[in-house]
Design a protein around this ligand. Structure first.
Ligand code: ABN
Length: 170
């Protein structure tokens, strides 16, 4: 039986004898075109490992980021800051509130603190109201519907950040 190398050499020789270079190129082009046309309908995983149910779960500019579950306010990530840093020209409020949010990726509950950023007028972008486990004002630490810049020198509310503080006991 001829070796693999001999078989390939024989095939190449037959091809060279019976097919023109242009013919081979055009057939190759057709195969490539066909593959390109078929690719969009093939069942390929196209979300490259991102969460399937909701692609915004970890996007700091979207209300449905899991750590915003008890958010009430405008996301600083949409206002020149980030999900956890106040924008330039503002300062963190002296009082924060906390929430407990479930991270859908690992199924665990996390303690999350929320802090208003103060010193500029309202940013007006990405207004989010999660309010999970939020309580009325007499439970101050878990109440979000107040201007928590009230203890700062400049009480103007601009936006809100959140920081994951720790994992809740199971
Ligand atoms: N804690 C966010 C907020 C700020 C101003 C008014 C209502 C709620």
């Amino acid at each position: 039986m001829p070796s693999f190398d001999d078989q390939v050499a024989g095939f190449a020789r037959r091809l060279a004898t019976h097919a023109s270079r242009r013919g081979v190129l055009s057939r190759l082009g057709r195969v490539m075109l066909g593959a390109a046309a078929l690719t969009p309908v093939l069942p390929i995983e196209r979300n490259f490992g991102r969460a399937q149910a909701n692609e915004h779960q970890m996007d700091a500019t979207k209300c449905d980021y899991w750590k915003y579950c008890s958010m009430d306010g405008q996301l600083c990530a949409c206002c020149g800051g980030s999900g956890h840093e106040c924008p330039a020209g503002t300062e963190a409020g002296k009082v924060s509130w906390v929430g407990t949010c479930r991270n859908g990726h690992d199924g665990r509950d996390y303690l999350v603190s929320y802090t208003d950023c103060c010193g500029k007028s309202s940013c007006g972008m990405c207004d989010c109201h999660g309010n999970v486990r939020e309580r009325p004002g007499y439970s101050m630490g878990v109440h979000n519907d107040s201007n928590w810049c009230m203890a700062n020198k400049n009480v103007s509310y601009h936006c809100t950040i959140s920081v994951i503080v720790g994992v809740a006991d199971q």
